[in-house]
Ligand binder design. Structure first.
Ligand code: ZN
Length: 851
């Protein structure tokens, strides 16, 4: 979405800006007539076959549509009202965070610019970010808010959300009444005059689409009739507007206007037609089908490179809706082909697509890894594309894609209520906190991605269960998300518990039960067996009896009359695997991501990415060089802190992890968990004592000989280099007489409770101290600070020196995620954990893995 702003700015100042994006004109000449005809046969009409005069002729359109049979074999999404996420589960917690955010937002502030535009009295202060009164896109988030709250209402029946969303609808109703024409927006209609005159204007139809979709969702999920009336009046207004442009200018003018981002206008209008049956709604939808783009897809040509991704994915969703309503197989083919090329040639391991908001060349992704990858909106929209394809085809690959994008692309982008990211960085040593926008603020961002994030977390329950109509009620269970379902056609209630996964016990366990009510008659459960599981050791049990299991990648199908109390459990071993980046150039054959089941594993790294596997017998046996962090290791993580003047500092490593001789130890400001600082200030105690059980209080470790392994540098240790010298980090077991990593933890020299001192094992009476000297510390790429050095000292006559040698010992500020591995690298090892559990820490997703 931001791209347009950038484009306008660049265009205003230079000529080369136009080269940054690809625009198709929608003139019939874009796609040669013979090509159109070849693609259209036997489907009669190619998207680029536009006849100005016919565009408003319903009788003609109807005759064309009557050639197709409307499909009736699709799976049905179960109503969102019937699905409840387990509040303790990963997805339930993510949904609750968004619920908290939507409740934080204030109705008067949300509708401020709508009231202003309608010349009604405003109340309170307008919001910031893209909702600021001077932003041309203002009001777009309010549309998303209407959709998100409607979805959340269906997902939770939380009365507070219903109160808020009804108030927003009522306020907008007042604005529309006051304006009197059907027009409803937070900006004046003058923006449409500009876009119709092909003058610069930031995507007014994009915003209108969000408001319209919000009103439709309010009707669809919350039964709000007023919202539907408001919507049809709005559509009436825009129908006239578009008709006017075409009769006054030409159909080409209308299509040129579509070069500007316009969201999923076609999708919305087709969905509305499905509700109202009003031909105008279909005809107007057809006019937003962007023929030059859908036309290329109809030719089965991958022309995506250069196009702005989030402008175009919603148009494909509209084409999919057109197929659902009409049965026109060309639009089925368009949706299928589009998903195919995105999934095979334009997608990262996270399921995301796009760099700097646009598609790059197919299978050339290795050189696109940076801080501005996969705009959140694109992942939200690709979930819709793949979800539709699954309903049509029941093909497992679409459910696999859905899981991949949801688990990695969506769960990764929320840090707290109203804290989302715009871009998802995928480069080497990147951080979610340091991309073009970083993490947004709850009241001052309201980017497009805030809208799609709000929606996507509100509807996490919408793609777990699908129904198939037939003699025997059938339920497809495609996602493993702890939840419950009131299954109407099965006349039953079903519970799903997806147990948390651990790297040290790589079995995925899920159970399905009928705790209250069984099915009235025979019913079928089709449960997805994911491709990432292994058939060796896989187990399915029904009420403690073994069931035969088909191979991973198929559905386990069980038909029976289910009784209350019945339970079906699955135990599926999870594989570690490597995935090549989608790049067919031999130079990049070594660029690979590491995955554990559905989880993309990120390595803690400031840019290192080299892994060499030649030491190991085969790259296929990943377990030789990727090993799980044992369950007991969290109790060995510690941090050392010290009060210096009025602040608290933590013993931290910093410098160059790659050239570890340059890694230093200093006292840095006490960090928050989830930050780079917390990674640098956490160490694992390595204690050579078989009886040692773990650290629960300071006295457990007093008197022990220890090594301190930096949290993100497995296999390395903090070392002293003799009295008066700074502490450093070395490879363990590479110590010399001058450089030792063994310390004895003794009671703090200052005599305080929970205080410890670190005595050098090889130089009795010498302790680790915070020295008066300072060193420069690079905090990130642009920020440096000075920090007290940490040294070994043997002089403790003064009380002051004893204080400097005493540290408060506490539990590690960082903790290992339950899914944590160590990957042995070429010059260092990497600590891996699922990308969705990473907050601000620096990470690398793709590694250079060579034999
Ligand atoms: Zn966005």
């Amino acid at each position: 979405m931001m791209w347009r702003l950038f484009f306008i700015l660049v265009l205003s100042f230079s000529q080369w800006g136009a080269a940054n994006c690809k625009v198709c004109t929608n003139f019939n000449t874009d796609i040669a007539e013979d090509k159109r005809k070849a693609a259209a046969a036997p489907h009669h009409e190619h998207p680029a076959d536009i006849h100005s005069l016919d565009e408003f002729n319903w009788a003609k359109m109807k005759r064309k549509l009557e050639r197709f049979k409307v499909p009736d074999h699709f799976l049905k999404q179960v109503p969102l009202h019937n699905v409840r996420l387990d509040p303790k589960g990963l997805h339930g917690r993510a949904q609750k965070m968004t619920l908290d955010y939507l409740l934080m937002l204030d109705v008067d502030r949300l509708v401020w610019s709508f009231r202003k535009t309608a010349s009604l009295r405003t109340r309170g202060k307008p919001y910031g970010g893209w909702e600021k009164p001077e932003e041309e896109l203002r009001g777009h988030y309010v549309g998303h808010y209407l959709s998100a709250t409607a979805l959340l209402w269906a997902s939770t029946h939380d009365q507070r959300i219903q109160d808020k969303m009804s108030k927003v609808v009522n306020a907008l109703h007042e604005c529309q009444q006051k304006l009197g024409s059907g027009y409803l927006s937070a900006f004046p209609s003058e923006q449409f005059d500009r876009v119709e005159a092909l003058k610069d204007c930031w995507a007014p139809y994009y915003t209108i689409h969000k408001i319209m979709a919000g009103l439709l969702d309010q009707y669809k999920y919350a039964g709000n009739q007023k919202a539907l009336k408001m919507l049809t009046w709005m559509v009436e207004y825009f129908y006239k507007r578009v008709q006017n442009v075409i009769s006054k200018h030409s159909i080409e003018r209308h299509h040129l206007m579509l070069a500007e981002e316009h969201g999923g206008m076609n999708d919305l209008l087709y969905r509305l037609y499905n509700v109202t049956g009003d031909p105008k709604h279909f005809l107007l939808g057809r006019l937003f089908d962007k023929p030059c783009f859908l036309g290329a897809l109809a030719l089965q040509e991958d022309e995506l490179s250069g196009y702005h991704s989030n402008t175009h994915i919603p148009i494909v969703i509209g084409a999919q809706m057109r197929y659902e309503l009409t049965g026109d197989p060309l639009y089925e083919a368009i949706g299928t082909y589009f998903m195919d090329i995105v999934n095979s040639s334009h997608s990262y391991a996270t399921g995301g697509t796009s760099v700097r908001e646009a598609w790059s060349d197919p299978k050339r992704l290795a050189t696109t890894l940076e801080t501005q990858n996969e705009e959140t909106c694109t992942t939200y929209n690709m979930l819709k594309v793949s979800g539709n394809l699954f309903r049509w085809s029941k093909e497992m690959a679409y459910a696999d894609y859905y899981e991949r994008a949801l688990t990695n692309g969506i769960l990764s982008i929320q840090k707290g209520p109203g804290v989302y990211i715009y871009f998802f960085p995928l480069g080497r040593g990147v951080s979610k906190a340091i991309s073009h926008w970083g993490w947004g603020k709850p009241f001052d961002a309201f980017w497009c991605c805030y809208g799609t994030a709000s929606e996507t977390f509100s509807k996490l329950g919408d793609s777990i269960y699908f129904e198939e109509e037939g003699k025997i009620p059938t339920l497809y269970i495609t996602q493993f998300i702890s939840s419950s379902l009131v299954w109407e056609s099965g006349n039953a209630e079903i519970h799903q518990i997806a147990h948390p996964v651990f790297s040290w016990d790589p079995i995925f366990r899920v159970e399905f039960s009928f705790p209250v009510k069984g099915t009235a008659n025979e019913a079928t459960l089709n449960i997805r067996l994911p491709f990432w599981s292994s058939s060796v050791g896989a187990k399915a049990e029904f009420n403690a009896q073994n069931l035969p299991l088909p191979p991973p990648g198929s559905f386990l199908s069980v038909t029976k009359k289910w009784n209350a109390g019945d339970k079906l459990t699955l135990e599926l071993p999870i594989n570690l695997r490597l995935e090549h980046i989608q790049d067919d150039r031999p130079d990049f054959a070594s660029v690979q991501a590491i995955l554990f089941g559905p989880y993309v594993l990120a390595g803690h790294s400031n840019g290192d990415w080299d892994i060499q596997t030649k030491k190991y017998s085969s790259t296929k046996s990943l377990s030789e060089w990727i090993t799980p962090i044992p369950q007991t290791y969290n109790s060995l993580l510690v941090s050392f802190s010290q009060a210096i003047r009025n602040s608290t500092f933590a013993l931290s490593k910093h410098g160059d992890d790659h050239h570890h001789h340059e890694t230093m130890i200093s006292m840095l400001n006490y960090p928050q968990p989830g930050t780079n600082g917390s990674v640098n200030a956490t160490f694992r105690l390595i204690i050579d004592d078989p009886n040692f059980k773990g650290f629960s209080s300071v006295k457990d470790v007093i008197g022990k000989s220890v090594a301190l392994e930096p949290f993100d540098l497995p296999g390395m240790a903090v070392a002293h280099q003799g009295p008066g010298k700074n502490l450093t980090v070395v490879r363990r077991n590479s110590e010399t007489s001058k450089c030792s990593s063994t310390f004895r933890l003794v009671a703090g020299l200052d005599g305080k409770k929970n205080s410890v001192s670190l005595e050098a094992d090889t130089s009795k009476g010498c302790f680790v101290v915070t020295s008066g000297a300072k060193t420069s510390v690079k905090l990130n790429r642009s920020k440096s600070a000075t920090a007290p050095c940490v040294r070994l000292s043997c002089n403790f006559k003064l009380k002051k020196s004893k204080k400097k040698a005493s540290f408060l010992l506490s539990k590690g500020i960082s903790q290992y995620d339950p899914i944590s591995f160590v990957a042995k690298g070429a010059t260092r090892s990497f600590l891996l954990q699922p990308i969705h559990t990473i907050r601000d820490q620096h990470y690398t997703i793709y590694f250079n893995i060579t034999a």
